[in-house]
Write a protein that binds this ligand. Structure first.
Ligand code: BG6
Length: 551
């Protein structure tokens, strides 16, 4: 079962925090019935916190974007239905979308505005990711929604979207600000970008225009480069927001905050003190009906090239000269450039692939990957990968980074563990253990430090103990990564979006694996049982003196 981000329902205020956005009258296109005239009504302002929590002192939410339209292509797709609409609704309900905002959903399915509003309301009511809905707010939110449908290959649909933006102009104070969110299958990224370009919708002379592109960005290094070129033939890089929702996770951002907001970590964050780093992104889920996509993608494209590489760069990067998009992305690229390449011929020494067979998860028998509906008999698509990366720079020379991710592992857990060297001398019985600083990205978000302590009694006996910080101490709940990222894009802050060169380097790093493995039958598959921690070879990758953490 997929673990939803920690919900705010219990702790989040149930009333909007500031005056809610007004509705934007957008006229209907000729082909469709006119949308109902909007009746602007402002929801009440937020009630004060009822339970004072010292951790929340000083926390505030004050960023509001300029009036804008969010155009979501693929709005009837899975991502939009389950996460995106909820995230945007949450932003709006919290009063974070400014005074004038509306959404134009675009899909291939024929629907009127009113039908789309019903669709969206239903999606919001059924998604596990929707915040507690303040009574009356759903009705108001509906009025912000419009819909266009058509064939993405023809100009007609872009023409109608352009008209919607024109209509919104007056309500938006004369600005035609827009974010185009491409939540579609990747094969449509290029045609949609080109279609918007043909109609001049990327033009910023009357307001800013930005494009958010979902993952996977390309399927190989070559196709990613091609896609970047195609996008750049229409958009300037400053308008492009490649989304990786892991960067929107609160606890992922906390990695940077902890590293660079404290003095105690930086001095030990290097080869003198760190033995190795482990990054795990385990999922108990299997395919969830996505065989068509997954058979093509596999774990490398689905998780390693993007989410895991992002976690890796954030742990390994140098301190940026400023906390801004240029400086942070420069440092991330530098560390990717410093990684020792793994050419296809070396992959067998540095990487392990796996595919799950039948097994038991949470007490239930689950089928193997090859038995999943839609998967080819004898498929060699990997559902697990473990790699060892080495960084050739002064900070990390000789410190291996072990990264693993897989489907149908025993549980959903994402963790980054910095494992320190053993003490130089064993003065006490009980063994020399390595200290571990572990960042729990999800679930049970937090940070823990494992160290040795004397046990009570006459003996000088040591035992490992843990010091824990739980993120829920803030009592604020964690917002959806999509809320954070959509808002950032609307504010023009690209810090948490991978830049062109970053994506390119991440592809370079996984290319050796794709070359070595693709098109070659994996005789060893399936090589791990569903519900286990992956193939044994992944343990061997660590060498004799290190082991994966038990999570
Ligand atoms: C998506 C992948 O990008 O990330 C999915 O396509 C995966 O296969 C998901 O399940 C994991 O995200 P999260 O936020 O649930 O860890």
């Amino acid at each position: 079962m997929k673990t939803a981000p920690v919900k705010a329902a219990a702790t989040k205020t149930a009333t909007p925090k500031t005056t809610a956005p007004k509705e934007i009258p957008v006229k209907a296109t000729a082909a469709k019935p006119a949308p109902k005239a909007a009746t602007p009504k402002a929801p009440k302002s937020a009630a004060p916190e009822s339970t004072p929590n010292p951790f929340r002192n000083g926390m505030r939410r004050s960023r509001a974007p300029e009036p804008a339209t969010l155009v979501i292509f693929g709005v009837t797709g899975d991502l939009s239905r389950r996460k995106l609409l909820s995230a945007v609704f949450g932003l709006w309900q919290d009063g974070l979308l400014g005074s004038a905002f509306n959404i134009v959903g675009v899909g291939r399915q024929e629907m009127t505005d009113e039908q789309f509003r019903d669709y969206a309301a239903e999606a919001l009511k059924t998604s596990k990711e929707t915040d507690a809905i303040v009574p009356g707010n759903l009705e108001k939110f509906r009025e912000l929604l419009y819909y266009e449908y058509g064939d993405f290959a023809t100009d007609e649909v872009y023409d109608r979207v352009g008209k919607q933006l024109d209509e919104a102009e007056n309500a938006h104070g004369g600005r035609k600000n827009a974010v185009f969110y491409l939540s579609t299958p990747p094969s449509l990224f290029e045609p949609i970008s080109a279609g918007l370009g043909r109609l001049g919708l990327q033009d910023e002379s009357e307001g800013w225009r930005r494009i958010i592109i979902e993952k996977p960005f390309g399927t190989t290094l070559q196709t990613a480069r091609h896609l970047n070129d195609a996008i750049h033939s229409v958009w300037d890089e400053s308008q492009v927001y490649r989304i990786d929702h892991y960067l929107g996770k609160e606890t992922v951002q906390n990695l940077m905050a902890i590293r660079f907001g404290n003095a105690i970590f930086e001095p030990v964050w290097n080869r003198s003190y760190v033995d190795h780093v482990q990054i795990t992104a385990a999922e108990d889920l299997g395919l969830e009906g996505r065989a068509g996509y997954y058979e093509e993608a596999g774990i490398i494209r689905d998780m390693l090239q993007n989410h895991l590489m992002q976690l890796f760069t954030l742990v390994a990067m140098e301190p940026p000269v400023a906390f801004d998009e240029g400086a942070i992305r420069d440092e991330k690229v530098k560390v990717l450039r410093a990684v020792k390449p793994i050419p296809a011929s070396q992959v067998k020494f540095s990487a392990v692939r796996g595919q799950y067979g039948p097994g038991t998860l949470a007490g239930e028998r689950v089928p193997g990957y090859r038995e999943e509906p839609g998967v080819a008999e004898g498929s060699s698509t990997p559902t697990f990968v473990a790699i060892k990366l080495e960084i050739e720079n002064w900070r990390w020379q000789g410190v291996p980074f072990f990264i693993r991710t897989g489907k149908r592992l025993p549980k959903k857990v994402t963790e980054i563990a910095v494992v320190f060297k053993k003490p130089p001398l064993g003065l006490f019985p009980g063994g020399l253990e390595r200290n571990v600083l572990a960042f729990r990205i999800q679930p049970d978000e937090g940070v823990s430090l494992k160290f040795s302590s004397k046990t009570p009694g006459q003996e000088n006996q040591l035992r490992e103990v843990t010091m824990d910080f739980r993120y829920d101490a803030f009592g604020a709940g964690l917002e959806s990564p999509y809320s954070r990222l959509v808002l950032d894009a609307m504010l023009g802050d690209a810090t948490l979006f991978p830049r062109e060169d970053e994506v390119d380097h991440a592809w370079q790093l996984v290319s050796g694996m794709l070359d070595a493995w693709e098109g070659k039958a994996a005789a060893e598959f399936p090589n791990y049982a569903a519900g286990s921690w992956g193939p044994e070879a992944a343990d061997e990758l660590m060498g004799p003196d290190r082991r994966w953490r038990r999570l």
